[in-house]
Design a protein around this ligand. Sequence first.
Ligand code: F6R
Length: 604
Amino acid sequence: MCGIVGYLGEQEACAILLHGLRELEYRGYDSAGVALLEASGLRCFKAVGKLDNLAAKLGDTASSGKVAAIGHTRWATHGKPTEANAHPHGLTHSQVVHNGIIENYVALRASVATAFLSQTDSEVIVHLFEKHLAAQPPAADTALAAFRATLDALHGAYAILLISETAPGQIFFARQGSPLQFGLGAEGCFFASSDAPLIGHCAQAVYLQDGHWGVAEATGVRLFDAEGAAVLPQPAALPATSLAARKEGYRYFMEKEIYEQPQVLTDILTGRLAADCLSLDELAPEWLRPLRSITLCACGTSYHAALVGSYLLERLAQVPTKVEIASEFRYREPVLDRDGLFVVLSQSGETADTLEAIKLAKAQGLATLALCNVDNSSIVREADHRLLLRAGIEKGVASTKAFSAQVLTLWLLALYWGQAKAVLSGERLAQELAALRQAPSVMQVQPGVHERLHRLSKRYLHGHGFFFIGRDLFYPLALEGALKLKEISYLHAEGYPAGEMKHGPIALADAQLFTIALMARSCLYDKIKSNVEELSARDATIIAITTEYFELADDIIQIRAYDHPMLEFFEMLVVVQLLAMEIAIRLGNDVDMPRNLAKSVTVE
Ligand code: F6R
């Protein structure tokens, strides 16, 4: 998502910041900016679009002498990608850059008397800082005290750098739930939200912990914990190359993105869950309430997420729901419900078939909504309403974290709609909210499970095919598991509803048919168990993903037990993603760039 860099020293800062921001480009962004604090005062430069636009704005601007400088690349979450919404955000004498989400920004905005220039949650930080500064009696560490008072007011997640003309030669910093690190090199002090910008400037970095905050100045860095006690910085070695740094220790971007899913789910839930209800600021309940049906439309993995959504929307919101493959929908002269909502799902926002589908629905007068990971993409611009996925840029061609983000967002939408229609009992809503809160931790990869999948994968590099089978919500998961495997291993795999196997595919069953059975304890367990028994009786090789011991399985991948099917769903999702990846790695394939595939399919 967003990227942060900072520099305190005497070298030319524009080049250092731009280089650092370029190292963070791979994370995705739609605007960028820098602020320089020199003896002559504070200057700020911002531009929408690529870093080249920012470089053009900077022209031959160069810092001179001692400088405290901060920079940012923004991936829009609150407000469109405009120059006003780009960071840094300033007021009269200070500038701030922020990653994360300030959950209570609406209340905080109301608590200051100053006018706002942007729609962001971040701008309020600099307003609060200047307000607290004005209230402090002048003293040596007035600005540090004002910074601390500002942090005390913030709820949510943040990595923050702040500079102020009232504190020349200082950079204030803080971390709570969003990464931030600094390194001391021969040329000064360097900050970044991940390792890559620091490489080449410093040999080691100090990784801030949640609650850590402090100030960098010419004499060094003063670091404090949440209680205000001094902390001794503990530096750790940086990776040797910036490519390695971008993968953050993982072998592939796909692996990194699988491991990022708990954070993605946390980001999606941030600011949306209250004690007994949930909110989606993007959609007014009175807009949703009169809509009589939903059509979900997408391609590939996004289509599988849509299928999951159809179960959730019918169950939780009691809205009749249809799911369409975009490439089929376009040409089949569909009869649409003009009182219904047409929802498209897309990671990239540029998939040609999905884009044409939303145009068709709009032309027929339907209300449209895009669930998309890329703000300002063609699909987002086409839709009447949007729910951004907050998954951060996805580099691996095989989609992983965008899928879990789509599923979680659809779950939120189903509950929000059910709440708006008052069709959910208080007890049911409370159960769903509790499960939602648990979802991020469920997606945490367990080292033992990953290790087991790695070892198991060597047995499944041949055979004449894989069947992923599941029932109910676990049928779309079976489709997604099979798609992941075929995309990156090039082995034949199919997803099937477990109950359908006996209507034909069971003819294929023999020892060389590998059946991955998604046996959810919380959802039709006895039904899928008898489906698997039928396959086992015909000598199919069974790999059971389940909480239970199952004597007919050739291999069991044991998962934790939950009483909510969506929690079992998310835990199994990690398993099928990792299994596909481990098999593909053993086969020597390029997991991030599988043959014949593109990340964004802009042709039909
Ligand atoms: C599978 C995959 C593709 C995409 C499909 C739609 O791993 O990535 O199947 O899901 O091409 O792409 P978006 O979601 O960008 O519309």
